[in-house]
Design a protein around this ligand. Structure first.
Ligand SMILES: Nc1ncnc2c1ncn2[C@@H]1O[C@H](COP(=O)(O)OP(=O)(O)O)[C@@H](O)[C@H]1O
Ligand SMILES: [Mg+2]
Length: 420
């Protein structure tokens, strides 16, 4: 029994040892596996962090590689929208942004092309407009030239007519004048010889006879006076139709105009002491000297100034306004190949209806005895035929009249040789 008991105790002890050992073993294994598990957790945390960092870096890289070209593209688009067509466009790559860049490039090219076309169109339009203006100017010049030709033709035939009439009238007029002079002398003789016979008459008869003789003398005086006027008219008609033959020389046109102005002014003052007018001279110092027929041109200016004085004096007389100051302004201008003289008065002005008759011979609005109507006609002839220039008039009734004489410096010798 004891043996059995010790045996059981032994067995117990052994079992206890076995249990202890297996417990220790199990503990050791648990510790080992817990260590393993901890290592595994640490490793996976580290891996996770690394993955996260890598993933974040990759994302940042990708975002940057998309954003930067997009921003460059956006800048280009804004610039092009603003019209800056030379703004740089990012070079097209193979991705979508590259496709957008190349589309933007195409858009820019088409905008440039459109601009070029628009520019071209505007240039063509300007050219067409210039061509049209030139054509219109040419047409206007042609019309003016045609009008001038017609006028010149009219003047030429009127000139011939004038000459014919003057020649025809000259002879009978000479007879009238000569016989009137002769008759006056004869009447004087008659008075002398009949004096004794008259004394013998009764007072009534004598008075009657003397009255008849006085009337006859008066009539003859009138005939002589008007005959002289008619003679003057015929003379200027002949002078007119003879045309212009004056010698040409090189003259200082400013000096010539000035001289004519003084002549005209003093002439007008000599005729009428009350005559007064303000003279304004605006001479272009660059005018210099030029070839012309000085006597003929002086005639032109004397006539223009005379007409201006007349018109200004007439307005002063008629309008009765004390503040009105008759003024004549003479201006000369150099235009290189031509020169211009403007004669402007603030007189009565010229009504539109008569403006195209001004240059016709015998056209006058002045009362009989005051004008022959030949001044402007002669002036026209001298300026256009002899000097190859033009004479134009601008006027406003009751305000002003301005005659513009334009003379070319070169080739103004037409007419002088061709006439007579
Ligand atoms: N400066 C002027 N102002 C107003 N009328 C003018 C002027 N110059 C010329 N005329 C008009 O032109 C007409 C013709 O002038 P002109 O040929 O010189 O002849 P005249 O002086 O003998 O009348 C004048 O009668 C007048 O009606
Ligand atoms: Mg006149």
């Amino acid at each position: 029994m004891q043996e059995a008991q010790s045996h059981i105790l032994n067995v117990d002890r052994e079992i206890e040892q076995i249990v202890d050992r297996s417990e220790q073993h199990a503990l050791a294994r648990r510790d080992a596996s817990m260590r393993q598990a901890k290592t595994a957790v640490n490793a996976s945390v580290a891996g996770g962090i690394i993955t996260l960092v890598v993933a974040l870096s990759l994302t940042a890289l990708i975002v940057r590689s998309i954003n930067a070209p997009l921003r460059r593209l956006e800048r280009s688009m804004t610039a092009i929208t603003r019209g800056e067509l030379d703004a740089p466009i990012p070079s097209p790559g193979r991705d979508e942004i590259g496709a957008m860049a190349s589309t933007l490039g195409m858009l820019r090219d088409s905008l440039i092309e459109r601009d070029r076309l628009e520019h071209e169109r505007r240039r063509a339009e300007a050219e067409i407009r210039a061509a049209r203006d030139t054509a219109q100017a040419a047409l206007r010049e042609l019309n003016a030239a045609q009008a001038n030709l017609i006028q010149a033709e009219k003047m030429a035939s009127l000139g011939q007519l004038t000459a014919g009439i003057a020649h025809e009238i000259k002879n009978p007029l000479n007879f009238v004048n000569n016989f009137a002079a002769l008759s006056t002398e004869l009447l004087d003789e008659l008075k002398q010889t009949t004096r004794p016979a008259l004394v013998a008459l009764d007072s009534d008869g004598r008075a009657e006879a003397e009255e008849v003789i006085a009337t006859l003398t008066g009539n003859l005086q009138k005939i002589i006076e008007h005959g002289r006027r008619a003679d003057n008219i015929v003379k200027s008609m002949l002078e007119h139709s003879r045309g212009v033959t004056g010698d040409r020389r090189e003259v200082d046109l400013n000096a010539l105009v000035d001289e004519a102005l003084n002549l005209a002014y003093h002439g007008a003052r000599a005729q009428d002491q009350s005559f007064n007018i303000t003279l304004e001279r605006d001479f272009d110092g660059k005018l210099g000297r030029m070839q012309l027929a000085p006597q003929e041109m002086t005639r032109v200016f004397l006539n223009l100034f005379g007409n201006a004085f007349y018109a200004a004096a007439k307005r002063a007389r008629e309008n009765g306004d004390a503040s009105f100051r008759p003024t004549l302004r003479v201006a000369t201008r150099d235009f290189g190949e031509a020169v211009e003289v403007r004669v402007r008065d603030n007189g009565t002005g010229i009504a539109g209806e008569i403006r195209d008759k001004l240059f016709q011979p015998f056209f006058t609005t002045k009362p009989t005895g005051e004008g022959t109507g030949l001044g402007l006609s002669i002036s026209y002839e001298i300026v256009t035929q002899q000097h190859g220039g033009t004479i134009d008039v601008d006027s406003e009734v009751g305000r002003f009249t301005e005659f513009t004489v334009r003379l070319p410096r070169q080739g103004n010798s037409r007419g002088a040789e061709s006439r007579e």
